[in-house]
Design a protein around this ligand. Structure first.
Ligand SMILES: *[C@@H]1O[C@H](CO)[C@@H](O)[C@H](O)[C@H]1NC(C)=O
Ligand SMILES: *[C@@H]1O[C@H](CO)[C@@H](O)[C@H](O)[C@H]1NC(C)=O
Ligand SMILES: *[C@@H]1O[C@H](CO)[C@@H](O)[C@H](O)[C@H]1NC(C)=O
Length: 316
């Protein structure tokens, strides 16, 4: 079994979580890939879009190497999961509320709603927003690292999702994503095998399989046309973000390639990389993440410490 610690550490560090090369628009809006391309070319960085030296997202001012809002949500979940014997919805909700209240960055819509509902007296799962964006899939690597290969996985994914999104679609997408990542982490499947497995009837929730299948069997379109013309889903809405994340992962040659291809097609590269990056990091193991990338992330040692703690909580 590939150690999930590695994939988790690598996942938390994908450059999507970091100060971006350029934010043509926020992830959930439309995008402008040609602007991204010319900005990269102007600095000779077309082949190395990660850690672009001048973060230029107009929506938030994050320093280079800092996690994105999605990355910080994963960090909050990791803190909770590493510090507790179990992932518990009620306790995780309380932890997220505290984390979001003290957060110095840009709070997501669902995070704001959670804090408001909590202050109004609501608790798990009713405190969470009725929302089905990609929060559900970015949380998956932490839960798989803790429960992959155990019968508790689907239920703990549900608890993690409903702590921020009390929504059946979000839960089904999260559970499908977890089952796919578990194939790579526990069964040792390649990324391509895990995606093909998901398309066979009976392996992931049928409602999700039906939405993925039309897009994932033909691997000839470019990633740009898949994201912008075929699924027309550059945003963090599900199922589009999951479909595109799987499409990019299945058509990439490795972890670094998957990150770079996702970045340059812009839009919500963040959720696509967080989930697809986990698939590749799990497949490649310890060496997947370049040393030079780790060194640019001040939070890296802390993430590594928490991941070790998380893994030590697995029984057997
Ligand atoms: C990638 O996602 C990040 C995080 O949300 C965002 O700030 C950035 O602008 C995106 N990058 C591109 C090239 O669109
Ligand atoms: C939440 O944050 C992510 C970036 O981490 C961004 O892609 C997404 O658009 C945000 N969603 C909302 C509704 O603000
Ligand atoms: C989940 O959230 C979406 C909005 O993101 C909403 O359209 C949908 O009705 C909600 N409920 C279910 C069961 O999908």
């Amino acid at each position: 079994m590939t150690t999930p610690a590695t994939s988790l550490t690598l996942t938390c560090l994908t450059p999507c979580c970091l100060a971006p090369p350029r934010c043509a628009v926020l992830c959930c809006a439309a995008d402008d890939t040609s602007k991204v391309q010319s900005l990269l070319e102007s600095k000779g960085r077309a082949a190395e879009p990660e850690f672009f030296p001048e973060p230029s997202c107009p929506f938030y001012d994050y320093k280079l190497g800092r996690l994105s809002p999605y990355g910080d949500e994963v960090y909050a979940l990791l803190q909770h999961a590493a510090g507790q014997p179990d992932i518990n919805g009620a306790a995780l909700t309380e932890h997220l509320v505290g984390f979001f209240k003290g957060y110095g960055g840009r709070l997501n819509g669902t995070a704001k709603k959670l804090v408001e509902a909590w202050d109004g007296g609501a608790r798990f799962p009713a405190a969470a927003a009725d929302d089905s964006q990609a929060h559900a899939i970015v949380k998956v690597p932490v839960v798989v690292a803790r429960y992959g290969g155990t019968p508790q996985l689907a239920e703990r994914v549900e608890a993690a999702v409903r702590s921020q999104q009390n929504n059946d679609t979000a839960v089904a997408m999260g559970q499908a994503a977890a089952a796919i990542l578990e194939r790579v982490v526990v069964q040792g499947s390649t990324v391509g095998e895990a995606v093909a497995w998901a398309l066979e009837p009976g392996n992931i929730p049928e409602s999700v399989r039906e939405q993925l299948a039309p897009y994932l069997s033909d691997t000839t379109p470019s990633l740009h046309s898949m994201v912008h013309e075929i699924t027309k889903s550059p945003s963090c809405a599900l199922p589009g973000a999951l479909t595109n994340s799987l499409y990019c992962a299945a058509t990439s040659s490795g972890y670094v390639d998957n990150v770079r291809r996702n970045l340059v097609v812009a839009g919500d590269n963040c959720s696509r990389i967080l989930f697809g990056g986990a698939l590749w990091a799990a497949a490649e193991g310890e060496g997947a993440l370049p040393e030079a990338w780790k060194q640019q992330v001040p939070l890296y040692p802390e993430l590594e410490r928490l991941v070790d703690e998380l893994i030590s909580r697995r029984e057997a």
